[in-house]
Design a protein around this ligand. Structure first.
Ligand code: KIV
Length: 274
């Protein structure tokens, strides 16, 4: 099956009868293979790699080289799912040329589109990317790259004014040419209003049930994260506990000298025994 293209995703609006979009993060070849086999529509190589794979407190500690490295690994899985690569903090904040070159590095690493955070303030950079034929996904609400400016990971759009500004941000992104947008960490009514306001699909994470799709972080969904899951996470497995159990059994077998057994050992040719 060929990958869903950005224009195909752009048409996936629930109000037009489309199925909800399923997106999940992945950061390496095996995880991309597993989620692709599950039939997801989109894989996000998120800058959450900084938190969930590299042990940082926030997403500000990864750059274009790190993101390209992980995009390359995911692309090696040759998935049917559309691969989106996150543009890291400061890779699209300075000028248009810089922004296009950084996005090109992510595309050349194997992504089919890029994602960036922010609304009205990022319109110029979105237009620069669209002009360079690079499909762009927006990201509004609790944008993790704004953690220092927000003073923490805080639900956004909680006042009438803030909610109105988010709708304006969404309209500005749509006008600038994004093919879809993520909306994160907002009251469900705000998620619904933004979804109604724009004609591109809105993919929610902590934005309620009325968006055009949902995204979760791989490690949160599978119980592999060392952080307390956010309220919006539904954990479908406890793989962390399973990994610890499996490795404990391996350690026990080594210590009790029951591993390797005869079936896990190469037979010695008779002439070596003489
Ligand atoms: O980096 C990431 O994982 C994300 C999702 C939370 C949408 O941007």
């Amino acid at each position: 099956m060929s990958q869903l293209s950005a224009p195909q995703i752009r048409r996936r609006k629930r109000r037009d009868g489309a199925e909800p979009i399923v997106m999940v993060t992945a950061y390496d070849e095996p995880s991309a293979r597993y989620v692709d086999a599950a039939g997801v529509d989109m894989i996000l190589v998120g800058d959450s790699v900084a938190n969930v794979m590299l042990g940082h407190e926030d997403t500000l500690h990864v750059d274009v080289d790190v993101m390209a490295h992980h995009v390359r690994a995911v692309a090696a899985a040759k998935t049917s799912a559309h691969v989106v690569g996150d543009l890291p903090w400061l890779s699209y904040h300075v000028d248009r040329a810089d922004t296009v070159h950084n996005a090109a590095a992510i595309i050349r690493a194997g992504a089919s589109s890029v994602k960036l955070e922010g609304g009205v303030v990022r319109v110029e950079m979105v237009r620069a990317l669209v002009d360079a034929e690079i499909p762009v996904m927006g990201h509004l609400g609790l944008t993790p790259q704004s953690v220092l400016a927000f003073g923490g990971f805080k639900v956004q759009g909680k006042t009438r004014e803030a909610a109105k500004m988010l709708v304006e941000d969404a309209l500005a992104l749509e006008d600038a040419g994004v093919y879809a947008m993520v909306v994160e960490g907002v009251p469900s009514e705000v998620g619904r209003r933004i979804t109604e306001a724009v004609s591109v699909p809105v993919i929610g994470i902590g934005a309620g049930p009325d968006t055009d799709g949902q995204v979760l972080v791989f490690h949160d969904l599978l119980g592999l994260s060392n952080r307390t899951p956010a309220k919006f996470v539904r954990q479908y497995a406890d793989l962390g506990a399973q990994i610890t159990d499996a490795v404990s059994r391996y350690a026990r077998d080594v210590r009790e000298n029951t591993f390797p057994g005869p079936n896990e050992t190469y037979a010695t040719p008779p002439e070596l025994l003489d």
